[in-house]
Ligand binder design. Sequence first.
Ligand SMILES: Cc1cc2nc3c(=O)[nH]c(=O)nc-3n(C[C@H](O)[C@H](O)[C@H](O)COP(=O)(O)OP(=O)(O)OC[C@H]3O[C@@H](n4cnc5c(N)ncnc54)[C@H](O)[C@@H]3O)c2cc1C
Ligand SMILES: *[C@@H]1O[C@H](CO)[C@@H](O)[C@H](O)[C@H]1NC(C)=O
Ligand SMILES: *[C@@H]1O[C@H](CO)[C@@H](O)[C@H](O)[C@H]1NC(C)=O
Ligand SMILES: *[C@@H]1O[C@H](CO)[C@@H](O)[C@H](O)[C@H]1NC(C)=O
Length: 659
Amino acid sequence: MRAAHRAAVAAFAAVGVAAAVAAGSAAQRRGPLECKVTIVGGGIGGAYTAWRLAVDARVVRPADICLFEASTRFGGRIFTVQDVPGYPGFATDIGAYRFHRTEHPLIRSLVEDRLKMETACYTDPTAALPMNVAECPEDNKIWATTRTKSFVGNLETLGGWKLPAWTPAVPFQFTDAEKWGTTAARTERRTLPSVFAGPNSMLPELSTRWAALTDANTTYEKAMAVADEALAALAVGKYKGVPYAEVSVIQMARDAGMSAEELAMEVGTSFGGPQMFNMNVLGLTTELVRSLATHHMALPARGPAKAMAVPVAGVGAARKRSGMASIVTRMLKEADTAGVRIYTGHRAISVRRVGECDGYGADEAVPGKPLAVEFANGAKVITRRLFLNVGKTDLLALGSASEPIKSASADVRRRVEGQQVIGGSKMYCYWPKAWWLTDLGFSRGSGHGEQPAVHDTCYHDGPVQCTDPKNFTTCKGGLLVSYEFGDPTGVASGLYAANHADAPYTPLSATSAKTVMVKASLSPRHSLAWKAIVDGIRASHSGLYGRKNATGPIPEPDVCVGGSWYDVSMHWPRPVPRLSATLSTRLFSKPVPDLNIHLVNEAWGETVGWAEGSLLMAERALGVHMRVAPPKWLDALFYKAVITNFNAGKAAPAPVARI
Ligand SMILES: Cc1cc2nc3c(=O)[nH]c(=O)nc-3n(C[C@H](O)[C@H](O)[C@H](O)COP(=O)(O)OP(=O)(O)OC[C@H]3O[C@@H](n4cnc5c(N)ncnc54)[C@H](O)[C@@H]3O)c2cc1C
Ligand SMILES: *[C@@H]1O[C@H](CO)[C@@H](O)[C@H](O)[C@H]1NC(C)=O
Ligand SMILES: *[C@@H]1O[C@H](CO)[C@@H](O)[C@H](O)[C@H]1NC(C)=O
Ligand SMILES: *[C@@H]1O[C@H](CO)[C@@H](O)[C@H](O)[C@H]1NC(C)=O
């Protein structure tokens, strides 16, 4: 871990960050630094803010911008491991790993149109597909094991499993009404999404507009207008007199007639279920409605389909995934070259107002009350505008005596508390022979195991390199063996993250989210994890062997690399009784009216769990509160609806005061 940190610093020494760290210690000796714009956090939201101000829009002198990162690595929850022992250059994303080309227009335009980075279909394990494909390979759940029973799809076509006919093998106890619902045609099992989405949505605001939003022949402009209408209606919509923002998904699902057993099946066969049950209905639907509309957006001719994409580089057999961190690195390099002052090893520990008695009076040139940010290493900065690129855990670690919590209204405070922090973990293992490709023919799709100690094995996810991409016997590399969000059973999920990670990843300790386990040198703690992984991967695949030519046992891997994001993985909004009807994104964008503090993180946006959410919050702070012109490379209609209007729809509340 330490070595990797040194490697990260070394990589950034090339862009001047090492020099900046030295400047930081100099600052401690000479008194506070002065930065007109201060960014705390070097995740994608912080990097984007610095890059937009200094490089893209060029509205602030680069030397007036300071970015402080607590750790020695940039990227936060975007963490591309490049130095897996024995597999150098096999870029492995142990945090975020992909974006959607129409559901995430801001990051797509940034990466493809502005930064001109190449992307490929996420569902292609070898990144060998041509760039212009009508479809990316389908990402089906090809098997699921729950309550000791396996559901298996078509293993030859890698088609997903369906339940058109119920068999006694299904280990859930359902009445007929529970199997198909009471109103829908008896062809589809009732699911949590079917309660909220689709023409039979329980929400009239959606059911009445579903056809218009999903009409294959509609235009992007029309669909966006319908989405605006739907979002305005949802924002004031109520369920039995209670605003949607204050009602949980599970409350409405149970009222829709879903039984505990049906909900258990959702948990047993899908991803992230139980935590989603505790989202509020407005939070669940806002993201959905807008993404239905942006699906109709025209994309550049070059590039993969309207699907999940990953950054790639190289041509022919050398073409490979470059990792999500390549996006962050690129922006930080450009910001650094322009002259932005970038510091690592600076963890902010307090933010407070400073005034006349501290010697900082009003500054005509830079409106806004001055703020002092103090760091754990003793450094201090005086600033007039502060972007906090931190999630809930790190915001709370600043303490209630620190801004913005200190001066925030009760309404803001309860919205902050209302964000639930979801745990998450990933485990990648590496083999000299990609057995899932050769022995099972699984080049895509995933398997969902509840009982074995591996949770969501994903066959197209992992850095695979092939001498001949058409001949899988020439492939070696990594497989996403286990992927987990939330804690559905308390058995599978907790295993790798909480129990086997080298250290907790918390604001209180300088630790990494990465754990590396090498077969040849396993510590006792790693041996526990190793056995669980090997047993789990074998057990979860044993039922597939009779159906495929492979006989097993699956060989042990050489090395496994895990990402443990236990208390910081992503944030979903819970239903809390609000003290005003203002959208949470508006409050978070400027939580204290007289302070130029902006929350810029996935934690505070409506696109929960995606980097897009962090970028949207950054762009709102820039565009709405600093009046930075919209990015020239971003669709204007999208900008107006989602940035200027905060995705509130046509009946957007009064504009935010501009300070
Ligand atoms: C396992 C996993 C998979 C995911 N998959 C995807 C995906 O495929 N696609 C996608 O778009 N999103 C995905 N996400 C979500 C995505 O990672 C986040 O939305 C995004 O990276 C958040 O970026 P951010 O800049 O808002 O915050 P962060 O990445 O959390 O960055 C915050 C930064 O601030 C620093 N910091 C914190 N406190 C302080 C302090 N006091 N002082 C100084 N610095 C501080 C941190 O060290 C960190 O670098 C995934 C997340 C996880 C955990
Ligand atoms: C879209 O338009 C085409 C051609 O006019 C028509 O054949 C098709 O049925 C339409 N599809 C829908 C969903 O309306
Ligand atoms: C695939 O690669 C293997 C190993 O290099 C080789 O033995 C085999 O002949 C190749 N098969 C084809 C069809 O090219
Ligand atoms: C599996 O075995 C059958 C029968 O031996 C054979 O016909 C088929 O080609 C094999 N399939 C693969 C993918 O090797």
